[in-house]
Design a protein around this ligand. Structure first.
Ligand code: A2R
Length: 319
């Protein structure tokens, strides 16, 4: 069985590759690699992953070449401009990579007459502004995106549906709520706090942690639980359907900060930094993943405190 992971060198992609190589011996893992892509996250796995040269999802020729060579049974489409704040500073680039990049993937598959099962990595950010009485959020909730990133993910989601309906492609849409853990990019909130604490412990930053909006509440799942969930959805889900993936529990950003601070012996002050505030932020996101759980039997098993401990230890080793 051949699985192609776009964005394999990213946070989720690297955990996915690790999961397959450890737990699913009958799966052959392939990746796509951009010119000068960072392979740090998967450097320990490189010899076990199949690569067929450079591929940028914005370039349909390179996309087609890879698909023709791999002929995958499954595609996990993770490659994206994945960072919400960057989508404010580079909205057009975010829309291009996420939406047009995905069109390139679909059109390349169509031109090759390939029809693997494809998972689209959507996001809880698609729900955007959510009313209190809509929590926890079901798949049927209106989408009211609040950032260019969120709009790009709504676009990916809708295109997935449209290509399923129009051309019968085997596409499954997911909306993953927040996930974190070791290797999370340093610009994402928990990872950023953990890195700052690790730098403070090493004496490389004054004992002051810079933070943005601490009030926002997010539904966090460990990335290792998340990739297990993605694989179950990939195998069992109904094509053309959308599935939330969430823990169902929310922590405020302040609570995550407090957990991380409690794992350090250093006395650290907290400083709010106006530059870290977003033009519009989603106040609370809590997901209802009943649909996906009923289908697959999945539930997250890694406690949030362990995720935070592992994330902090990752940064302690890295800085
Ligand atoms: O930036 P790179 O070269 O390290 O590769 C990133 C890749 N990527 C691309 N690959 C090919 N062509 C492109 N034009 C292109 N642009 C970006 O996507 C990286 O390997 C991956 C994204 O990884 P992360 O930023 O760590 O995202 P994460 O957290 O793993 O999220 C995976 C998916 C994304 O679609 C999110 O929007 C969604 O889950 O939540």
């Amino acid at each position: 069985m051949k699985v192609l992971i776009t964005g394999i060198g990213g946070f989720v992609g690297s955990h996915f590759a690790e999961y397959f190589l450890k737990e699913e011996k009958n799966v052959r893992v392939y990746g796509i690699e951009r010119w000068k892509a960072s392979t740090e996250n998967i450097s320990h796995l490189m010899d076990k992953i199949g690569f067929y040269g450079e591929c940028d999802i914005n370039d349909i020729v390179s996309m087609r070449n890879i698909l023709e060579k791999v002929k995958p049974d499954y595609i996990l489409h993770l490659a994206a401009q994945s960072f919400v704040p960057t989508s404010w500073t580079a909205p057009a680039e975010t829309l291009k990579t996420n939406i047009i990049g995905q069109v390139n993937l679909f059109e390349a598959l169509r031109s090759l007459n390939l029809n693997p099962r494809i998972i689209i990595a959507g996001s809880s950010e698609e729900y955007g502004f959510v009313k209190r009485n809509e929590l926890p959020i079901k798949e049927t909730n209106p989408l009211r995106p609040l950032s260019p990133y969120a709009v790009s993910k709504v676009g990916q989601d809708m295109l997935g549906y449209q290509y399923y309906k129009s051309y019968g492609l085997n596409i499954i849409m997911t909306r993953a709520f927040n996930h974190t853990g070791p290797r999370r990019g340093e610009y994402f909130v928990c990872s950023n706090f953990a890195k700052q604490i690790a730098l403070i412990e090493k004496g490389r930053q004054k004992p002051v942690i810079h933070v943005g909006n601490l009030k926002a509440k997010r539904d966090f799942t460990d990335v290792r639980d998340m990739v297990r969930g993605y694989w179950l959805v990939m195998q069992k889900a109904k094509v053309g359907e959308v599935y939330n993936m969430a823990s169902g529990n929310a922590y405020s950003i302040k609570e995550t900060l407090n957990i991380l601070l409690s794992l350090s012996e250093k006395k650290i002050k907290i400083k709010q930094d106006p530059e870290r505030m977003r033009p519009s932020d989603v106040p609370v996101l809590i997901g209802d993943s009943t649909k996906m759980r009923r289908l697959t039997g999945w539930k997250p098993v890694i406690p949030f405190e362990k995720t935070m401990q592992d994330l902090l230890d990752y940064w302690r080793q890295k800085v």
